[in-house]
Design a protein around this ligand. Structure first.
Ligand SMILES: [Zn+2]
Length: 69
């Protein structure tokens, strides 16, 4: 099975929980920012567990976004 997913563990930019690639359905906002599944779903994201893809992207407008600078 082939999937375009990141390789390393990452932290959710909202709650800080660790997202394990391959086992957790996190949502990649961009190359270095990710939402964990609960945070993505809470923002309107709809994940298809069977298809392992996002049917609807979460709405991201949180101020947590720019904390990395
Ligand atoms: Zn989260």
């Amino acid at each position: 099975m082939e999937a375009e997913e990141w390789e390393a563990e990452v932290d959710c930019v909202v709650c800080g929980s660790t997202i394990h690639p391959g086992t957790d359905a996190g949502f990649p906002i961009d190359a270095s920012a990710f939402l964990c599944n609960p945070c993505a779903v809470a923002r309107g994201g709809v994940h298809d567990p069977a298809g392992e893809r996002w049917l609807s992207a979460p709405v991201w407008d949180g101020p947590e976004w720019s904390t990395g600078a």
